[in-house]
Structures are given as structure tokens and as C-alpha cells.
Design a protein around this ligand. Structure first.
Ligand code: ADP
Ligand code: MG
Length: 262
């Protein structure tokens, strides 16, 4: 299987990007997919959530972007079989400025991933909450973008700005970039506004919206403080079940796409 590179992005903070990166990554890994998570947010929440302490971070995403380091040399194993992570360190916050000086400023991540052979089925990239150069690097390097969307009133407005950026990247640097899917997160089926927003989003975006919805579930917010994905912390929680079925849905969509292409 060719490595599939997926950006997890939404310029809005707090919509579930990092939670999705950790828990989708772990759910793909337990299905036997060799999975690499790249923590591209200077805050480093994905790294912390998977138990990589700040002092235990050697090579990082910064070194991959700017230091000629092979991704596999910056990757560290997590406690989940088949799941590795390239951690983020504080210096990632200056990467935007430093890449700005280079003529291949949007290509740094793609060059790094292409230059070095990788033994992964999935690479998931946890993007920062903006559409700056780190996120653009992620889009240029990716096959697809998975967009976590919190079901709330202004959700669709932010999305149109994201889709404009995707169109620009397609025109300039990555013509094959596609949307993997829109993922409704923190969903509360007892909340009428949530149901209304879901209806709106499905009406406007159709098949782009994934069938799986991630419920609001306190286990998902507790798990990172135990440095575990939710499928280990509480395997029978509604959050764990949802992320496992998200992995199933993506794998199935991917297989169907391969069949139609072939
Ligand atoms: P982002 O990476 O987009 O900023 P996070 O994944 O860090 O968002 O989520 C923001 C906060 O919401 C975190 O405290 C996280 O634990 C919590 N959270 C995320 N998804 C859920 C969910 N489905 N149910 C409950 N809490 C959630
Ligand atoms: Mg985050």
C-alpha cells in the first residue's frame, strides 16, 4: 500500500484536531496500519497526549522541516503498537518565519517526506490552528485533508476560508490535493442546534461529510492527562467506539476509491 498522507486541519482552535490525530492514529494502528503522526503544532499537545515528555523529545518536526533530518530519524515509538510520532518542540514556533526566507518555502515538508523512503501506511499531520506556512506545508505534502468541524452556529463560515486555501494550494503546488472528509466533532444529539448544523452541513457539502460523528465524551478529554489514546484509556467509551469506527470508515472509503480508480 502506498503511504497515505492526511492533514488534520481547521484554522479554528479547540475543534478536536489533536484529539482526532491521536485517536484516529491509534485506531488505525490497532488495525495493523503502520502509522506516523507528525505533530506540527508548536503547542505540542499531540506529543504530550501520547506520553512524549518535553525532556524526552530529541529530534522534532522542526528538524524535519529545516534541518535535513529524515522523518524516520525523528520518529519515536509510542506505547501503541504500530504508532510512532514526530514530536513538536517550542522552536517549531519560529519555523514559519525561517521558511519564509526560502524559495521553496511551501515545499519543506513535502521534500522531506519524498526524499526519504518511509515504511508507513498512514501519515497523519496534526496542524496548528491557523492557515500559516506550517499548515500550507502540510497541505502541499498531503494526499488529503481531514477537517474536524464542531457542530456550532458559525462552523460553515470558517470552513469556506479553509476551502479557499485548499483551492489555492491545488492551483500552485499540489494539484492532487483532496478533502478526505468533514468530521463532525463534539456532537451532542440531544442538542437541537447540533442537529440543525448537521443538517445544514450535509445539505451543503453532501458526500464530503463523513458518516461517523464524534460525540462529546468526557473520556476523550481525560485520556491525554493519562498519556493514552482513548481506545486504551477506556476502550468501551462512546469516544473510543466513535474513533474506531472512523478508522473503519476511512479505510473502507480508501479501498473503494482504489477499486474505482483501478
Ligand atoms: P484542537 O486541536 O482543534 O485545538 P483539541 O483536540 O485539542 O482541539 O480539543 C480541544 C479540547 O476539547 C481539549 O481539551 C479536548 O480534550 C476536548 N475535546 C476534543 N474532542 C472532544 C470530544 N469529542 N468530547 C469531549 N471533549 C473533547
Ligand atoms: Mg491541537
Amino acid at each position: 500500500m502506498k503511504t497515505r498522507i492526511v492533514s488534520i486541519a481547521n484554522q479554528k482552535g479547540g475543534v478536536g484536531k489533536t484529539t482526532t490525530a491521536i485517536n484516529l492514529g491509534a485506531s488505525l494502528a490497532v488495525r495493523g496500519m503502520r502509522t506516523l503522526l507528525i505533530d506540527l503544532d508548536p503547542q505540542g499537545n499531540a506529543s504530550t497526549g501520547l506520553g512524549i515528555s518535553r525532556s524526552g523529545r530529541g529530534k522534532s518536526a522542526y528538524d524535519v522541516l529545516l534541518g535535513d533530518i529524515a522523518p524516520s530519524d525523528a520518529a519515536v515509538l509510542t506505547d501503541v503498537d504500530n504508532l510512532s510520532i514526530i514530536p513538536a518542540t517550542m522552536d517549531l514556533a519560529s519555523a514559519d518565519n525561517e521558511m519564509m526566507k526560502s524559495s521553496r518555502r511551501v515545499m519543506h515538508l513535502r521534500d522531506a517526506l519524498r526524499l526519504h523512503p518511509m515504511e508507513y501506511d498512514y501519515v497523519l499531520i496534526d496542524c496548528p490552528p491557523n492557515l500559516n506556512l506550517l499548515t500550507i506545508n502540510s497541505f502541499v505534502a498531503s494526499d488529503t485533508i481531514l477537517v474536524p468541524l464542531q457542530a456550532e452556529f458559525f462552523a460553515l463560515e470558517g470552513l469556506s476560508q479553509l476551502l479557499v486555501t485548499v483551492r489555492d494550494v491545488r492551483k500552485s503546488a499540489n494539484a492532487d490535493l483532496r478533502i478526505e472528509g468533514i468530521l463532525l466533532t463534539m456532537f451532542d444529539r440531544r442538542n437541537n442546534l447540533c442537529l440543525q448544523v448537521e443538517e445544514d452541513v450535509r445539505e451543503n457539502l453532501g458526500d464530503l461529510v463523513l458518516q461517523t460523528k464524534i460525540p462529546r465524551n468526557v473520556r476523550l478529554s481525560e485520556a491525554p492527562s493519562y498519556a493514552m489514546p482513548v481506545i486504551n484509556y477506556d476502550p468501551t467509551s462512546r469516544g473510543a467506539i466513535a474513533y474506531r469506527s472512523l478508522a473503519g470508515e476511512l479505510l473502507q472509503r480508501n479501498e473503494e476509491a482504489l477499486l474505482t480508480d483501478g
